[in-house]
Design a protein around this ligand. Structure first.
Ligand SMILES: C[S@@+](CC[C@H](N)C(=O)[O-])C[C@H]1O[C@@H](n2cnc3c(N)ncnc32)[C@H](O)[C@@H]1O
Length: 312
């Protein structure tokens, strides 16, 4: 069976994540199981893997893909609640956790939930269809000022004001119902001719709305707060991010965990006793090489960071 998502930096992810083949690992964003399958192959039946995804379609596809492995369980859950998931499994800590953030090609192309601006699909964008608020709600119901703030904060969209003005003008005539309809409204609000554009003018707006609908940064922050206490000594955290808002958070968390003494420089000796929690496995984020980008252009914005827990 063909799986509609090509995993990014697979070899690098597996190499950095698995340090004890007998360990228990978590793929917090299992998607259609590309990274999970590679992790299980490397574990070669010794360790075990817990796969999480909050999208029921992903859970279904991942279970199907990994059916031949006995040392895996696939659970529908939010990685922000990893502590609860581990508690339910009577586990305190694990040897490694992977997050491959954002959405999968399955969600973009096959889910029918309006993630792609070229499709006439309903404006949904929920990764977990049980969540209450859809993209349609954000686009059609939100006061203009709040929508503009979302476009600026989560899309870093410089033309937020004129885009929101166009959206408000359009929705006065009737609700914007599909992804392609929203994309056309944004397109019309962009002054530059189409042939001079590097990417579709709706890219940043779609990213912003998806992040807001799925509370993506909130979930990432909650996860980063919890993860130090959920990894064993030597345990690894590997994160693949796809835009600067995510990557900045991951980098700042890792740099913070690495910090030693925080006493003022004029103190004669350390009184804080702060020891580093983690060691970064490499300082600069790792990016896919040219060969990978030729085979998988979607990997172009990926950046990988990895850290190892160094204190007990
Ligand atoms: C880039 S895809 C992962 C693809 C996967 N690595 C593979 O090889 O197939 C991201 C996945 O993370 C899931 N996801 C995003 N946020 C999540 C969260 N907070 N908790 C659990 N899953 C999440 C999405 O539903 C999506 O399936």
């Amino acid at each position: 069976m063909e799986y509609p998502h090509t995993p990014v930096l697979v070899e690098e992810v597996v190499k950095r994540l698995i340090h004890i083949p007998e360990g228990t690992y978590v793929d917090g964003t299992a998607g259609v199981g590309g990274h999970s399958e590679a992790i299980l192959e490397r574990l070669a039946g010794r360790g075990r893997l817990i796969c999480l995804d909050r999208d029921p379609d992903a859970v279904h596809l991942c279970r199907r893909r990994l059916a031949a492995f006995y040392n895996v369980c696939v659970i529908r859950a939010n990685f922000a609640e990893l502590d609860e998931v581990l508690k339910d499994l009577s586990l305190k800590r694990v040897e490694g956790v992977l997050l491959d953030l954002g959405m999968s090609s399955y969600q973009l192309e096959k889910s029918g939930r309006g993630f792609s601006f070229s499709r006439g699909e309903p404006l949904d964008m929920r990764m977990n269809p049980e969540n209450e608020l859809t993209a349609g709600h954000f686009v059609n119901e939100l006061p203009a000022q709040d929508l503009e703030e979302i476009l600026r904060a989560y899309g870093e969209e410089k033309r937020a004001r004129s885009i929101v003005k166009a959206i408000v003008h359009a929705r006065e005539k009737g609700p914007i119902e599909t992804a392609s309809q929203l994309a056309s409204v944004i397109d019309a609000a962009y002054p530059r001719p189409r042939q001079h554009r590097f990417k579709h003018p709706a890219t940043q707006t779609f990213q912003a709305i998806r992040i807001a609908v799925n509370r993506e940064l909130h979930n990432l922050d909650a996860f980063l707060d919890k993860i130090p206490s959920l990894l064993t000594h030597g345990g690894r955290l590997v994160v693949l991010s796809y835009h600067s808002l995510e990557d900045r958070r991951v980098k700042q968390a890792m740099v913070g965990w690495e910090q030693t003494c925080t006493c003022p420089p004029d103190f004669p000796r350390c009184v804080c006793g702060k020891a580093p929690l983690f060691r970064r496995l490499f300082k600069k984020g790792l990016k896919p090489g040219q060969k990978e980008l030729e085979n998988n252009p979607r990997a172009r914005s990926a950046i990988m960071r990895a850290a190892e827990r160094v204190t007990r």
